[in-house]
Design a protein around this ligand. Structure first.
Ligand code: CTP
Length: 205
């Protein structure tokens, strides 16, 4: 039985280093942590072809089933297990698999859009925004999407100009004002990450 659950939100633009920071926190807290990615809750589009799915705007709040994510987080907070959806970027769709997640003392909510939604924000005990220069994020995104998400350079650049960048400016950047802590330079900022980890330790005591 978890007496106390601490919920930390980690936001920041695409390829800002959220995953790296989450991995470092996980190494520190080990078994006490569960990580919930907003990306796991991208809406399924079984009715559309691959071509049509590849043209959708994945950087708008409406692309996510945030209501389901909020429901799942509330369950974890109430000490109930969940079956989390799994998203497959290579096919632009939700996979058939789910992951069984049991409640833990520390819940990390990770995603570029998580500070945009008030109901989600209000569930967080501490809100973090990872700040990394846009040119570095784009370079990382190109490398990652080609290697891990089966994308061509043309599709990455078109998507970046048509949706990723404008949506970042409309939704992600303005949501930074809700953060309690801003960590510049992403995963490279060992001092910033250590301060966050120390604070989390105190919150969990
Ligand atoms: N996305 C995509 N195709 C999909 C679904 C999502 O290209 N079918 C993209 C969206 O355009 C969005 C990005 O995935 O910009 C979100 O992932 P991102 O925040 O870049 O990845 P994380 O690993 O969560 O974060 P970080 O790189 O900071 O570790």
């Amino acid at each position: 039985m978890n007496d106390k659950v601490t919920i930390v939100g980690i936001a920041g633009g695409t390829a800002s280093g959220k995953t790296t920071i989450v991995r470092m926190i996980k190494e520190k807290f080990g078994d006490d942590i569960v990580v919930i990615s907003h990306d796991s809750y991208y809406k399924a589009h079984n009715d559309l072809s691959y071509e049509d799915r590849s043209r959708l705007n994945y950087d708008h709040p409406e692309a996510f089933d945030t209501a389901l994510m909020i429901e799942d987080i509330k369950k974890l907070k109430n000490n109930e297990a969940i079956d989390m959806p799994v998203y497959d970027y290579t096919i632009h769709n939700r996979s058939d698999a789910t992951v069984h997640i049991v409640p833990k003392k520390l819940i990390i909510i990770e995603g570029f859009m998580i500070l945009e939604n008030k109901e989600l924000r209000d569930l967080m005990d501490i809100k973090v925004f990872v700040e990394t220069d846009a040119d570095e994020r784009l370079l990382r995104r190109i490398r990652r999407d080609m290697v891990e998400r089966a994308r061509s350079i043309d599709s990455i650049l078109t998507q970046y100009i048509e949706t990723v960048k404008p949506m970042h400016e409309q939704f992600v950047e303005p949501s930074k004002k809700y953060a309690d802590i801003i960590i510049p330079r992403g995963g490279e900022n060992i001092t910033g990450i250590t301060i966050l980890e120390e604070h989390l330790k105190h919150m969990m005591d």
